[in-house]
Write a protein that binds this ligand. Structure first.
Ligand code: SF4
Length: 209
């Protein structure tokens, strides 16, 4: 599998925010979001076997591992890597963009799926695989990265229509401009978490941290 980088940091997004985590960033993505903040992961990287990735992750001696990208589900070996990490007793989170099926992933308590729904501002909404929404479980979460009022209204519509069986998270594009998102959530009485991107607060746009 083509690996862009493996590094130890703290989780900057979602329900496990703040936990020390080993990140495995896989290269390449099947989407092209207008506001993508990981363009550097679109190409390059090193071809590593599942065994080599596993050995590298274990070397960090952390309990949490996050598979991210790019798009991890674009790689055929990702389900095998997840199974091997779970076999090692690690807590695995998978960050996926919502356009590729998660149907083949194990329903394991150690696996948390962080799935995006790409709102209109991304330019990628028509690529969303809606079947994925019914596959999310309470241990997972559905994340909406929102840029404007249209995105917020679409996120609300999606939640009301599909009622996913997991928490929802709203995060502003860029990770920091929270007030308009909070005002919308409070005004509409939505039961969602409004979260920043913690790594942007700490390190700005630096990569590999
Ligand atoms: S899915 Fe993620 S990595 Fe792919 S283009 Fe969109 S923001 Fe970038």
């Amino acid at each position: 599998m083509l690996v862009n980088e493996i590094f130890l940091s703290i989780q900057g997004e979602g329900r496990t925010m703040g936990l020390p985590t080993v990140f495995v960033r896989l290269s390449g993505c099947n989407l092209d979001c207008r506001w993508c903040d990981t363009r550097y992961a679109e190409e390059g990287g090193s071809e590593l076997s599942v065994e080599e990735v596993l050995a590298s992750v274990k070397g960090y001696r952390a309990r949490h591992v996050c598979l991210t990208g790019g798009e991890p589900m674009w790689h055929d070996q990702t389900p095998e890597l997840i199974s091997r990490l779970l076999d090692e007793g690690l807590q695995v989170s998978l960050e996926t963009n919502g356009s590729l099926s998660i149907a083949g992933l194990p329903d394991h308590p150690g696996l948390m799926i962080s799935m995006d729904y790409k709102c209109p501002s991304s330019g990628m909404e028509e690529r969303m695989l809606l079947d994925n929404l019914k596959r999310l479980r309470p241990k997972d979460h559905l994340k909406f990265v929102v840029a404007d009022r249209e995105d917020l209204e679409r996120a609300e519509d999606v939640l009301r229509k599909f009622r996913p069986d997991c928490p929802a998270i709203f995060t502003p594009v860029g990770g920091l401009t929270l007030a308009p998102v909070v005002e919308f959530v409070l005004g509409h009485r939505l039961e969602v978490r409004v979260l920043p991107q913690l790594h942007k607060i700490i390190w700005g746009d630096a990569r590999g941290v």
